[in-house]
Design a protein around this ligand. Structure first.
Ligand code: ADP
Length: 211
């Protein structure tokens, strides 16, 4: 997406957290509020036809609990977000972008820097891995998530999160990071996220607009 100048970077909120921390749940609810557009990288991957090379790559890496390589991931993200802009699903002039599952390491954060203006990073924190694993096993049954069904894969996904994704918090260090206790009920987590959004000047400006 090199045709988008840096001045037109998408106003973005990141939802960051270990697998099972509730990123998707919060992203979906936020995305249902007018002027918030939710994009979950995992959903984009899961929507790929598994007969395609990219679809097969996704299955290969995710079934081991590993990240799909950065170059294909960022390319796929660029293409997907462009589609959403072109079809007016996502209107960058008036919508905030809510990203969940991307960037998932510092390299991806660097690649995305020219395209996103990160306003806040909502870190859904839950040190209790037993609770997260319980949520994942529940999801495996409900949503048919093959990467949540196997104990070794679950543990590997936690390890990948610690080693590759958590350093993103240092990359965006400062008052952009909002730590939220992810073991709270979903409604309270949402309340904390919205409280963080509403402290922003960008939000206050948006509030004044009649759209
Ligand atoms: P969760 O919500 O449980 O953290 P996701 O649905 O976001 O899981 O992702 C499922 C899998 O898809 C990941 O384990 C990984 O293999 C792949 N994936 C998703 N997003 C990315 C990304 N940004 N970079 C690389 N791989 C990704």
């Amino acid at each position: 997406m090199p045709d988008i100048p840096p001045s037109a970077r998408f106003r973005t909120f990141l939802i960051l957290g270990a697998p099972g921390s509730g990123k998707g749940t919060q992203g979906k609810v936020l995305g249902s509020i007018p002027r918030f557009h939710h994009l979950a990288c995992g959903d984009v991957f899961r929507s790929l036809d598994t007969r395609t090379l990219l679809g097969q790559k996704f299955v290969e890496y995710s079934s081991r609990g590993e990240l799909v390589p950065d170059d294909v991931t960022v390319q796929l993200w660029n293409a997907n977000v462009k589609q959403r802009v072109d079809s007016h699903m996502f209107k960058p002039e008036i919508d905030f972008l809510v990203l969940d599952g991307i960037p998932r390491n510092v390299e991806q954060a660097r690649f995305m820097e020219p395209h996103i203006e990160v306003l806040k990073v909502f870190h859904l924190s839950c040190p209790d891995r037993t609770e997260l694993a319980r949520r994942l096993r529940k999801r495996a049954l409900k949503d048919n998530r093959f990467d949540d069904a196997n104990e070794t894969v679950i543990q590997n996904r936690f390890a990948t999160y610690e080693a590759e994704t958590k350093p993103i918090l240092d990359y965006y260090a400062g008052d952009r990071i909002v730590d939220i206790d992810a073991s709270q009920p979903p409604a309270k987590v949402l309340y904390d996220i919205l409280a963080g959004v509403m402290t922003l000047d960008a939000w206050k400006e948006q509030e004044k607009m009649k759209i």
